[in-house]
Write a protein that binds this ligand. Structure first.
Ligand SMILES: [Zn+2]
Length: 496
């Protein structure tokens, strides 16, 4: 195998795939034509290519960059091997999702748009009806495909010689899932008694209900935090991001590789995203504005990804620019996202003097979110550890774990749709921990207004320059000498 040719071809494949992802999810086209892209590059993902890369990955000495690169290529090849086998189902899922709609009081709302409508709906009963209608589409039109896809992924992992999909992900990504699970369990147990104290007053204030009266369908409205809208005017949205970047010494308008897409389109995904078609040369930042804090939060999150990918050293090998451990890019995304709840940033960038209310509201949302993710991770460990056949039996387990963590009756119908491939939830969990350390480091070196200090920008650009060459554990060790541990979030939330 010619490794350099394999690398070049992989980069072309990713550029095509991310470009197609951008066009479909930005609502520029209905079709999600990934099958032709896989066809064109099918030699990358054959069983033989995977086997050969597996051998090649073991050749260079541990700790060398060549070893890192080959391990990343192997992970990419296996992901592609599974993606190739499930591409038809994936394209069909995207097509159905884009075309599906729900009916509410004689009015049609797009399936994807319905979550936005739900977050904007002040009437709790109508929120419940929107969710019920959407769950019905999920269960009947989408779950059969989700199930097929998942079973296929599990089978393929075993065909490749791994005991389970879970073992495959752990081996390829070098993850100690059990250690991470112990940390998230500890976080869950430690926040058990404070959960109601932190969340209840905020629920009362924003929704007028407590945990007793809360329904799952109210959560998008809760996260939407409509009562804080006056502090987050829509006309300051893009401006505040550009100004924040400027404070760090970055001129977004002059960054040739960055394309901001904030236009409203009916079929645009309500979930904001960043599509790094070429890192650093062509990076799309896409959001569908809903209004309020959520818009700022998602723009800054995706803006963090965008700046990371746009600032990667173009001379780095492809693997370090576009592959590697996504907990790194997620940490940069969370670092920017967190600014939106930082009193100092609010005062300096939006002229908002927070008397503590915004911070309390953000803290409550964060706690709900973090506990939801720890439960989702626990569930995915069971789901992906199961050796086939037993998938349906896990719907109740999903509802049980999520209900207990968030203290609301959680719908079992989401047990297949609420699963990101390849244990992506672990990238978020480790990124939350890494971001907490990184933010602490920046505050300590550059003060509470670090986001206005070009020297902090220089530190960040140096980190971004290195792409995702290191693991998050190595990056943190090099930066501060600390150990990555999820329970650092307890301290960050003031709950230790
Ligand atoms: Zn992200």
């Amino acid at each position: 195998m010619n490794l350099d040719a394999y690398r070049d071809s992989s980069e072309e494949f990713l550029a095509a795939l991310n470009g197609e992802y951008y066009r479909h999810y930005a609502g520029l086209k209905d079709e999600f034509e990934i099958e032709a892209i896989y066809e064109r590059h099918q030699e990358l993902f054959t069983r033989a290519a995977v086997e050969e890369l597996r051998e090649q990955a073991a050749v260079p000495a541990p700790g060398t960059d060549e070893r890192r690169r080959r391990r990343m290529l192997l992970g990419f090849a296996v992901e592609g091997h599974l993606g190739q086998a499930t591409k038809t189902i994936e394209a069909e899922l995207a097509r159905r999702e884009a075309e599906a709609s729900i009916e509410l009081d004689g009015e049609r709302i797009g399936y994807r748009e319905s979550t936005v409508a739900q977050a904007n709906e002040p009437d709790g009963d109508r929120r419940a009806r929107i969710e019920e209608a959407r769950l019905s589409v999920t269960e009947h039109d989408l779950n059969p495909l989700h199930r097929e896809m998942l079973e296929h992924q599990h089978e393929l992992a075993q065909e490749l010689g791994y005991p389970s999909y879970r073992d495959m992900c752990a081996a390829l990504q070098g993850l100690d899932l059990d250690a991470l699970h112990r940390q998230t369990e500890r976080f869950g147990a430690s926040t058990e008694s404070s959960y109601a104290t932190v969340v209840e007053p905020e629920l009362q204030r924003t929704l007028g209900i407590g945990l007793d009266g809360l329904r799952r369908s109210d959560l998008p409205r809760f996260f939407r935090a409509a009562d804080t809208d006056p502090s987050f005017p829509a006309d300051r949205l893009t401006w505040s991001f550009i100004e924040t970047a400027r404070g760090l010494g970055i001129d977004v308008a002059a960054q040739s590789g960055v394309i901001l897409d904030t236009e409203r389109r009916p079929k645009k995904s309500p979930r904001a995203f960043c599509a790094p078609v070429r890192a650093p040369g062509e990076v799309y930042l896409v959001i569908a504005p809903v209004g309020g804090r959520d818009d700022f939060s998602t723009l800054f999150h995706e803006g963090g990804h965008t700046e990371h990918f746009a600032n990667v050293d173009p001379a780095l090998p492809f693997e370090f620019r576009q592959l590697g451990d996504n907990a790194i890019t997620e940490a940069y995304a969370f670092l920017f996202q967190h600014l939106v709840e930082d009193p100092e940033w609010l005062r300096r960038r939006l002229g908002v003097d927070d008397d503590g209310e915004l911070a309390l509201s953000a803290r409550a949302s964060r706690l709900v979110y973090l506990r939801r993710y720890t439960a989702k991770f626990a569930y995915e460990l069971e789901l992906h550890g199961a050796d086939g056949g037993a998938v349906d039996a896990l719907a109740d387990r999903y509802a049980e774990l999520l209900s207990a963590a968030v203290r609301v009756e959680w719908p079992r119908q989401m047990f297949l749709a609420d699963v990101d491939p390849g244990f992506y939830c672990t990238a978020y969990l480790r990124a939350w921990a890494l971001e907490t350390h990184l933010r602490g480091h920046l505050r300590q070196r550059f003060g509470v207004a670090w986001f206005e200090d070009p020297k902090a920008g220089k530190t960040l650009r140096a980190l971004w320059h290195d792409g995702q060459r290191l693991t998050p554990e190595e990056l943190l060790h090099e930066l501060t000498g600390e150990r990555l541990d999820f329970t650092v979030l307890l301290e960050d939330l003031g709950l230790d």
